[in-house]
Design a protein around this ligand. Sequence first.
Ligand code: PLP
Length: 379
Amino acid sequence: MNHIPPIDLARQYKHIENQVSVAVQEILTSGRYVGGLAVQGFEEQFAAYMNTSECVACNSGTDALYLALRALQIGQGDEVITTPFTFIATAEVITRVRATPIFVDIDPHTFNLDVNQIAGAITPKTKAILPVHLFGQPVDMTAIMDIAQAHGLAVIEDCAQATGAEWAGQKVGSIGHIGCFSFFPTKNLGACGDGGAVITNDPTLAATIRMLREHGMRDRYHHEATGINSRLDALQATILQIKLGYLDQWNQARSQIADRYHQLLQPLPEIVLPQETLGSHAVWNQYTIRLTQDSRSSDYRDHIRQNLQQMGIISMVYYPLPLHLQSVYQSLGYQLGDFPVVEQVCHQVLSLPIFPELSFSEQQQVIYGLKDCLISAAE
Ligand SMILES: *Cc1c(COP(=O)(O)O)cnc(C)c1O
C-alpha cells in the first residue's frame, strides 16, 4: 500500500529539475549571491503577476508582515484587528512592534475572520486590520475595505497561504494597502528555503519597506531608522522565477483535487466540507474538513487520524489551539469562551492530503480510507 503524505515537494522538484539546475549553476558561477538581477527580476515578475506597481522581496513571510507594520508606523499603544485562527506569525509581528493584537471570531464555513464582528472591535486605538486568507481561501475583502475606509484604517493582507487566490477578480494581496507573502517550501509558491515578499501600489510605502529591509538605509551607510536585514537570496529568487511560471497550473491542479474531494465526500453526515465563497477563487493550500461528532474534545479526531495513519494516510491539524488561548498571549487577558466558534473549530478541523502532484488513485485511497474510518468509528 502507498504512503500518502500531506505534501511531497520532491515530486514537484522532479518536474522542474533541469530548469532549476541550469539557473542555479548560473548564479553559482556568476559569483553574485545577494541582490542582483535575479532578485530584481523576481520582484518585477511577481508585481506583474499580482498587478501591483511595487514588490519588495525579503527573507520570509514573517518579515514581510513585520516590515508592513513598521512601514505603516504601527507601534506601542496601537491596536491591530486580526484572526485567532492562523499561524502564530500573523499575531507575533503585531506584538513584536509593541502593538496589541485584537482578535475577532471566525466564520466556521470559510475559517476566515467573521467580517460582521470587525466593526464591534474597533476602538480609537485601532490602526489596521490584518486579515488572513487561510488555507488559500480569500476573506471577504469587499467588506473589509468598506470597514477600513469608514474608520480610516490600514489593511495588511496575510497572503502566506493564498498566492494566486482572487477576490472579485483581483489577486489577494493587491486589494489592501499592503499584501504579504511567504515562499516557505510548503506554500503554493514555495522556494527551496525561506523567502517572502511585500506588494503594494504605494511607491512611498515600498521605498520605506526597502529602507527598513536594509538596516534602515537609503544611501549607503547612512541609517535613518532601526531596520533589519531581510534579503531574498539570489538562489531562491532564480528558483522562484521558474516556479512562478507554473503557479497557475499548480493552483489549478489543487482546485481539481478540491473539487473531487467535494464531490466524493459530499453525502457524509459526519463531516462538514470547506466552502468556496461565491465570487472568489481559492487556491487550496489546505483542504480542511470539520468532524462534527465530538465538538468539545479532540478524542474522536485523534482516533480517526490514527486509523487513517494505519492505512498510510497522513492527515494534519491546522491549528489545534486558537491564538487567544496561547500561553504567549496570557497577558492579553483573553479567556476560554471569548470566541466560541474558533474554540470549537479547533477541535474539529482535519486537513487532508492536497498538493498538485497528488494522483487520482491516491486521492481515491484517501476518500475510501476516510469513509471507512468514519463508519467504523460510528459502530
Ligand atoms: C507561513 C505563514 C506565515 C509566515 O511565513 P514564513 O515565511 O514562514 O515566515 C505567516 N502567516 C501565515 C498565515 C502563514 O501560513
